[in-house]
Design a protein around this ligand. Sequence first.
Ligand SMILES: [Mg+2]
Length: 226
Amino acid sequence: MTDITLAVLDMAGTTVSDDGVVEQSFADAYDATPVLHGFGTRDAVRAYAKATMGQSKIEVFGELTSSYDDAVVANLAFEKAFADLVASGACTPLPGAVETITRLRDSGIAVVLTTGFSKQTQDALIDSLGWGDLVDLALCPADAGRGRPFPDLNLTALIRSRTLGVQNMLVAGDTSTDMLSATRAGAAYAVGVLSGAHDEELLRANGATDILAGVAGIPALLGLDG
Ligand SMILES: [Mg+2]
């Protein structure tokens, strides 16, 4: 038996296929509004999106623009582009994600989904996947205070799920910021998955305790049967 009673799982790149959808949405936002042009080329913005994957998007746009108002404009353009891609079916469950979430919950482990998107975008993504009843809870930065790399999302998941302590929490994600947020929250497991943005070296350098090909490996990692 495992001591883990809470699994906090990232969305894009961890449980949901990314396939460049987030990066593409940054590029589309670049084309839609000049406020991002001061940062550099379209490719430069795209590369920055990849490097900062997992962070709160409004924070990232704050770094790409020179004022809060411009960050809001860029974020809205990003959200519209992403919503259009989601509506066209661009995001799908990653292999084994649904089965893993179901397996964990059947074992008495609460499952909370986290993201760097706004609530509106997170809700649209969950609706498009038909995941409304699949998980215990879904949290975005606005629900928690600060987004990743801060620990707030994980600690909010712990409080909201009435989990006993951080020693009972597993956090899984595909980015360096997911691993930082996990270790800063004191999670027993900071599981880096290779199904998304960042490689093993970067995940380990930021505190990954375990590396898996994808979330489908989590039940075995926890010693759950079947
Ligand atoms: Mg991710």
